[in-house]
Design a protein around this ligand. Structure first.
Ligand SMILES: [Zn+2]
Length: 187
């Protein structure tokens, strides 16, 4: 015979079962989101590394625009983390954007490396500052009673580095400054 207590108990069990399933589904969703966020963190770290490369290889404007995008992704990630209603679709879309930016960063780095190879003579070998002047002049000298012209080749770079006939005449100020700073730290 089914008593009222039995009916009540059965209802309680089914309600509890329903809540447990609901909670389990919720946990599953949260875990998936955590995994995706973890992946995004790795992507951002990678993008940051590429950014450091790009900065070391100079073109500031491009590096800055990449920096802006990384910041944007970080902000988006924060938002996704805090917004419990963010969907898997939104996360996937963000991932696609990150992949796109990563591909661009890689292509940029390759282009910069190639450009630097092509521009080697036009950049300071110490800091990468551009060449501001390259002049050739001849100097008349007297040698054993005869007048001779000696050709000189002088390259001046934006950082003060200057080479005359392949020999350093003025040092690179940027390099000197960083060496002074390093020595200061060691003392
Ligand atoms: Zn320099």
């Amino acid at each position: 015979m089914i008593t009222n207590e039995t009916i009540f108990f059965t209802q309680i069990v089914s309600i509890v079962g329903f809540l447990v399933t609901l909670f389990w589904l919720y946990r599953l969703l949260v875990e998936q989101k955590d995994a995706t966020i973890q992946l995004q963190r790795a992507n951002i770290a990678f993008l940051n590394d590429k950014l450091v490369d790009a900065k070391l290889q100079s073109p500031d404007v491009l590096a800055q625009s990449l920096a802006g995008r990384v910041k944007l992704f970080e902000e988006e990630l924060m938002r996704l983390e805090h917004d419990k209603s963010s969907t898997a679709q939104q996360i996937t879309a963000k991932e696609a954007e990150l992949t796109c930016a990563r591909t661009e960063a890689e292509a940029l780095t390759k282009k910069i490396i190639h450009a630097r190879e092509l521009l080697r003579d036009y950049l300071c070998p110490h800091c990468g500052a551009p060449l501001v002047e390259k002049v050739y002049h001849s100097e008349p000298v007297e040698y054993q009673g005869r007048e001779l012209d000696i050709d000189h080749d002088c390259s001046t770079f934006d950082c003060g580095y200057e080479i005359v006939d392949g020999l350093e005449r003025h040092p690179c100020k940027v390099q000197c400054r960083s060496e002074t700073q390093n020595n200061g730290r060691l003392v």
